[in-house]
Write a protein that binds this ligand. Sequence first.
Ligand code: NAP
Length: 328
Amino acid sequence: MRLGGNAKYLAEAATDEAVADSVKWAKEHQLPYRMIGDGSNIVWRDQGFPGLIIVNRIPGRQLLSQDEHSATLQLGGGEQWDAAVEWSVGQGLSGLEFLSLIPGTVGAAPVQNVGAYGGELSSVLKEVGVYDTKNDCFESIPAEECGFSYRNSRFKSVDQGRFMITHIVVKLSKNNPGPPFYEALQKYFDEHQVKEFSPAVIRQAVIAIRSAKLPNPREVANNGSFFTNPFVTPEHFEELKLQYPDIKGWPSKDGRVKLAAGWLVEQAGFRGVHDAATGMATWDKQALVLVNERARSTNDLLEFRQKIIFKVDELFGVTLEQEPELLP
Ligand code: NAP
């Protein structure tokens, strides 16, 4: 968002040892510390961070093993996520292609169990290599112990800040992906008369859809989706449907119904809005993306956020939650 204060100290860690050394240094100096990737999904408060920020720069793309049907890869936590996806797709491997063009680093991906177009990291992730700052040791956490759920994990909830993710291990398939596809993807395939599917074809479609709809964070200051999709009870959904027949909802495993946050924000009148008071805006092609046009501070952003939350709550009785992490 290009807002917020400075960090007091910053270290770039390109090896596992550098991560351990940085944590040791912060502990010795009794400073708070945090690891970040690219920072593309973080909102920094105006007062800044009073300790050490450790930027994950650990490289690595390695084929660990393979058989007739699958290949297991290890990816360094500091790798650019999309470059790693491109590399896996280039080898004809399936599993990450739906997650093309997501900003950020490999190490950040398990934190919120990134997902898009029906794909989810947890469905191919085998283990996460970490430095455990509680016990000061390196360890490998199997996927089953990562507490993955919809856009969430133990790294974002109960163990927030404890583990520094040094690498991930994924098991990808040598088989081609097939239908059914997410609505947006299927629409693209219909329009372009695509009938044969491979990881490269899916990647190309996801890139085309995302590029047409979402601003590039390197050019336009934004955090991607600013609110998570809310879940409501089936009764609440039925009530909303009476009033808003166009509303879309998808049943989730726990019995609740997932709503599209972007649709709610748009219906609340916030698509392509340029807010003079705060200098913030919503993207005209996707209302879920908040954009910093000329905000002076993170407070401006938070004020604009509250306007949206208030209006959506008033109309739908749903309280939107912010998706990017607010630090410190
Ligand atoms: P979209 O295609 O306009 O769809 C709107 C919403 O409808 C999405 O949030 C999606 O839920 C839901 N949806 C569509 N088809 C669905 C189906 N068949 N079953 C269940 N849910 C369905 O979405 P968008 O906002 O442009 O985003 C495109 C994709 O990128 C989405 O999957 C979105 O989650 C993903 N994305 C992820 C992140 C992140 O991980 N932080 C950030 C930005 C975008 P889901 O969101 O659950 O897929």
